[in-house]
Design a protein around this ligand. Structure first.
Ligand SMILES: Nc1ncnc2c1ncn2[C@@H]1O[C@H](COP(=O)(O)OP(=O)(O)O)[C@@H](O)[C@H]1O
Ligand SMILES: [Mg+2]
Length: 590
């Protein structure tokens, strides 16, 4: 499991392999130089102080300065290489995750909220980076240094070395254990952090509703809960990270104390030189630092792996891909046909649409009517292939839409959705996003037709006005008009209007209705209308109830038939002033 993870991480390093090898080489040299004080101390005492060798008195300091100059340069180069690679890595992993998310089916975004996704892209990637670099930086250098020091103590006096080092292996096992715990805590900590960021996201994007309903205490409690959970994990985490240092230090000092006593006796008895004794002690003390850093970087590896696991979990998310083929759809020449289409959302068991058969001719305007939850939006969404059909097929010009590429299929359609979504960008760019590369005139024309220019005139920056997060600075109707302009600009043969005018007041609706009428000309249109008056003018009306088509016909024929549609319509007009103006209201009144 962990090995697979390493292998996978290693794959990301492959493009940088030559630089990594160079950095490794540098750290080996740096680690080796870092042990040089040991022999230098020995020589200083034995040659200079005891033998009074004046040549050595100049050579040793020069060697020391020279070696540390080289060490400094190499260490800097090594870190430069490693940190640059690690940033390149972060950026490319982040890019990969983002691109992957855009390829995931829509279902993924219903199960995972924005805050969670945000935290994957931001903090998990960063944690992976920071730890991996520290590891790369410290691990090799310190292992080399540690091995070098072990070599020196054995070289200086292997019997003492045996005594001094016997304690170290005993340390390894509990340290591994601690590291495993740390990885688990890092995993949990990141999870709580993700909850924290999704709470922040939810809280402030819904700030109005929260204030209006007085939900602040509830939100604050929720936040506190996650915050406290995070704190608890971090406290445990600290308990284990910080135990290692003092423990290792104490072990080191125990060895040193023993050598001081035992070795000191031998020096006094002149069995061993002063230089060797001091060098040995120095080596023991120097050993402590690399050892501590080694354990620390091992612990970092563990939390890095936790971050990597969470990222890979996103990258491994495939779910059911939307099927697509190779054919290019270039336009609509004949008809769109639903054949025995049934559909259920992947997350739910109940069928939302059952056995839909429907044929829409080119240039026909089809209205879809039904109470909320009847499946109207789902019916038109399937045209875009946002989801795979559960059963049946949708054909365009006699060819199953699964055979077309998604890109060419969607290029033939324009959508004005129930929830108007606008980018945090200027009004101009929002309209322009309908057809990248559209000319200035086309954009102005679309804006004019959708009556966007009516209110843009009053804005200080006109079309260059930025629309704030989720377009808060515009009214619902204004936002809807921008999204209609965007669809107008797209100039696609198939038009889907999903309650496109529901948040317009009746005055602007009349205006926009005119624009929509122009737009519907020569286009195949699916219109889901909130107001019955809009529906009357359609070529054909389909009445949807609980996911089934229960009636089809023109307004007049459906009225004559006296079915569900007639009831909606009748309710709308029979109750005088308080008559319902929408299908939902009519349905409620039934
Ligand atoms: N993304 C979704 N995941 C699961 N169920 C959904 C989803 N969207 C809609 N539904 C369910 O499908 C049914 C039809 O929804 P919808 O097509 O939006 O109805 P309408 O547009 O007619 O109001 C409803 O019961 C709704 O709860
Ligand atoms: Mg709907």
């Amino acid at each position: 499991m962990t090995l697979r993870l390493y292998k996978r991480l290693f794959k990301y390093l492959r493009p940088y392999l030559s630089r990594v090898v160079l950095a490794i080489f540098f750290s080996v040299v740096v680690g080796a130089i870092a042990t040089s004080p040991v022999p230098l101390i020995q020589k200083t005492f034995d040659k200079i102080f005891v033998e009074k060798n004046y040549l050595m008195l100049t050579l040793i300091p020069m060697a020391l300065v020279g070696l540390y100059l080289i060490k400094g340069i190499l260490q800097y180069s090594q870190n430069l290489i490693l940190f640059r690679i690690s940033w390149e890595l972060v950026v490319s992993v982040r890019q990969e995750v983002f691109e992957h998310l855009h390829r995931l089916p829509l279902g993924y975004f219903e199960d995972n909220d924005t805050g969670q996704i945000f935290s994957r892209i931001m903090s998990d990637v960063t944690i992976m980076q920071s730890n991996l670099t520290n590891v790369a930086k410290d691990f090799l250098q310190n292992s080399v240094m540690f091995v070098g020091l072990v070599f020196w103590v054995i070289y200086l006096n292997w019997v003492w070395a045996l005594f001094a080092l016997v304690l170290f292996p005993i340390m390894i096992l509990p340290s591994m254990n601690v590291a495993r715990k740390l990885r688990r805590y890092a995993h949990q900590g990141q999870g709580f952090l993700a909850n924290i960021s999704s709470t922040i996201n939810e809280s402030f994007s819904g700030i109005k509703v929260i204030r209006a309903f007085g939900l602040e205490p509830h939100e604050i409690d929720k936040f506190k809960g996650f915050n406290q959970q995070f704190l608890a994990v971090m406290k445990k985490n600290v308990k284990y990270t910080e135990i290692l240092s003092p423990l290792l230090e104490f072990l080191g000092v125990m060895s040193a104390g023993f050598i001081l006593w035992y070795g000191g006796t031998q020096v006094l008895e002149e069995k061993i030189s002063q230089g060797t004794f001091l060098a040995f002690l120095a080596a023991l003390f120097m050993m402590y630092r690399p050892l501590r850093l080694l354990f620390k970087s091992y612990a970092s590896v563990q939390s890095s792996l936790a971050g990597a696991e969470r990222i890979f979990a996103v990258l491994d998310e495939v779910e059911e891909k939307v099927q697509e083929g190779q054919r290019e759809l270039t336009g609509l020449s004949d008809c769109i046909e639903y054949r025995n289409v049934s559909f259920k959302y992947p997350s739910r068991d109940a069928m939302v649409l059952s056995n839909i058969n429907l044929k829409v001719q080119k240039s026909e305007v089809l209205a879809i009517v039904g109470m909320s939850g009847a499946g109207k939006s789902t019916l038109v969404d399937l045209l875009f292939r946002f989801f795979n059909l559960t059963e049946g097929e949708i054909r365009i010009d006699g060819v199953d839409t699964r055979e077309y590429t998604l890109k060419s299929l969607r290029r033939q359609m324009a959508l004005v959705a129930q929830e108007t979504f606008l980018f945090n960008d200027t009004i101009w760019n929002n309209i322009g996003s309908g057809r990248p590369g559209a000319s200035r005139e086309d954009i102005l024309q679309a804006a004019h037709a959708a009556h966007v220019d009516h209110f843009v005139r009053d804005l200080d920056n006109g079309y260059e006005t930025m629309i704030g997060e989720r377009g808060v600075r515009l009214s619902g109707g204004q936002r809807q008009r921008i999204s209609i302009a965007r669809a107008l600009l797209r100039d696609a043969p198939i038009l889907v209007l999903d309650e496109a005018t529901s948040s317009l007041d009746s005055e602007s609706e009349k205006l926009v209705q005119g624009a929509l009428h122009n737009l519907m000309e020569n286009r195949t249109t699916f219109v889901i209308a909130h107001r019955l008056s809009t529906v009357k003018n359609a070529d054909r009306i389909v009445v949807l109830d609980h996911g089934k088509i229960v009636e089809t016909g023109t307004h007049d024929s459906l009225i004559a038939k006296g079915g569900l549609y007639e009831k909606y319509y009748h309710t709308q007009f029979s109750e005088g002033r308080s008559r319902p103006r929408t299908i939902e209201e009519a349905g409620d009144a039934l």
